[in-house]
Design a protein around this ligand. Sequence first.
Ligand code: TYM
Length: 334
Amino acid sequence: MNKKIFSGVQPTGNLHLGNYLGAIQNFVKLGKDQNNECIYCVVDLHAITVKQDPKLLTENIRETVATFVASGIDPKKNIIFNQSKVAAHAEAAWIFSCVARMGWLNRMTQFKEKAGKDKEKASVGLYSYPILMAADILLYDATHVPVGDDQKQHLELSRDIAQKFNNDFNKENFFKVPEPLIQKEFSRIMSLRDGTKKMSKSEISDLSRINLTDNKDMIISKIKKAKTDPLPLPPNLDELENRPEAKNLLGIYSSLKNINLDQAVNEFSGKNFSDFKEKLIEVLVDKLEPISKEINKLMSDKNYLNEILNNGYEKADNIASKKVTKLKEIIGFY
Ligand code: TYM
């Protein structure tokens, strides 16, 4: 069966190793398979659920496109576009906000984490954010959605919305129920400063993450400063439990080398962190230096990046506007 792939990344700056290993690396792989139809979206409407500086937002939209292309996504074979250009996303999101139930949204853990203690001051958009995500996915009849582990719950909500709509309007299969594509191992990369916290764009300390725009010296310095524990690396997986930093760093190594975690554990069994970190730096620099150089190069060619977004917009709009027209007919709008 041909797969229809849809996924999105927020243009909020500081795209990092977690975004790369949890999502973008997978986008590249899926995009290379001739049997897949892939759509990768820069989700700028999602970005404004928290305050953004307009000039920086424009820049970050381009930087996200540059990151996609520098990582190996071919804009000729895959659709790359930004969400705000395609009006159907906002239209469908409103309709879906009348399908989704308050109880469903109240369960979303990411809202609770992001809104923090001061829920009253969070934007309404931050709360209803997963509904917009459902619109993104369902408008394109996506069958598979590659994401990191933190988006699993949001995808379940998309599935619930698709099923409820199809049932309520007696339209079996009008919306495809999408499958998540989440890596089995290391679908959640953790902070370099605290192995129990997710690596994140919004973490204040830049030392907590490797940004995809970091140069070689920055990568070296961040890995050298990455938190460890006092023991040598363990001989087996069991002894890796309760050692979150060791597990995260070995996980990053194994993901980059495309090997299993137990192979990485065997390779470094009994070694000190300093020896292991040397090797980790080597593979990180090998993988990321060409990407960061290419991002910089592409960022100086605004016209090329704009052209990718304009071409992507035409193709995406063509699909999404037809779907939203049918959706409105089903509801009874004319
Ligand atoms: P965003 O922009 O926060 O993250 C983009 C992708 O990176 C993954 N990711 C991680 N994976 C592993 N470890 C980490 N530490 C880590 N941090 C981030 C995320 O899981 C994601 O796959 N709501 C989405 C964007 C979105 C979307 C969509 C995704 C909007 N519409 C439709 C799929 C389909 C988000 O905020 O991702």
